[in-house]
Design a binder for this molecule. Sequence first.
Ligand code: NAP
Length: 243
Amino acid sequence: MTRILLLGGTGDALQIARTLRASDVYSLAGIGKVPVDLACAVRVGGFGGAHGLHTYLVNERIGLLIDATHPFAARISANAASACRDAQVRYWALRRAPWQPQAGDDWHMVDNWPQIVSALTRYRRPLFTLGREPLGHLDEIPSDQYWVVRCLESHAGNARASVIGARGPFTIDGERALFASYDIDVIVTKNSGGSATAAKLDVARERGLPVVMTRRPELPPADREFDSPAALLQTLRELAPHR
Ligand code: NAP
């Protein structure tokens, strides 16, 4: 029977984890919630780079690695691809499609923090939905800006920044209320794709607001790529019906 190692930390990964068997392993980095109701084993924390992951794959006799990490978690994906190649373990990846701009959208594409800062010079009240990165720059807020940062962590903010600790999914009505109450004039986000956090883009379009959109990092090719948990699970059932 093929033993699976599932790399997760996303809602999609949790969906897959719920179908795994006791002999399989669900792996988390350790920055979010750890589920306690899964049939499979759960391990938490890094492997120690590609070399450590290679050792784990061999020692634990893993036959298939499923990479369902977030598309911006590029380091673990690179490590997984490299470790699987060296250990001759199959490497599957769940890569949800990126969002695409629609009619009426005003997207400014960026790759890194300096490009974000430069794209924001014309705006006053940005909403950041980038994760924790802006928290490291709260002392650098220009005197004519007020930042709203939404991320998983709670944080006191400061005189020119509010930090909202929240976890998606987010509704369109909730996003409308957030934009209105903070008088947001631009949003800064990353192209995660998926539906759970897409409502902010609908509200930006409704309000005619620009979006500073971080491009996805380059991810390694996989032996098989899937764009949804359902497609991946279907293939798993076809290839190993008695798992
Ligand atoms: P990253 O930069 O690609 O990975 C940093 C290090 O964290 C990796 O080198 C690895 O440590 C460890 N790691 C990451 N995912 C792991 C996993 N599933 N199991 C065991 N170790 C893991 O990742 P990140 O951007 O910091 O994200 C960390 C986790 O949060 C990921 O699992 C990702 O799915 C989830 N997440 C990330 C984002 C995002 O925007 N980046 C959003 C939502 C969820 P070692 O080198 O020691 O093995």
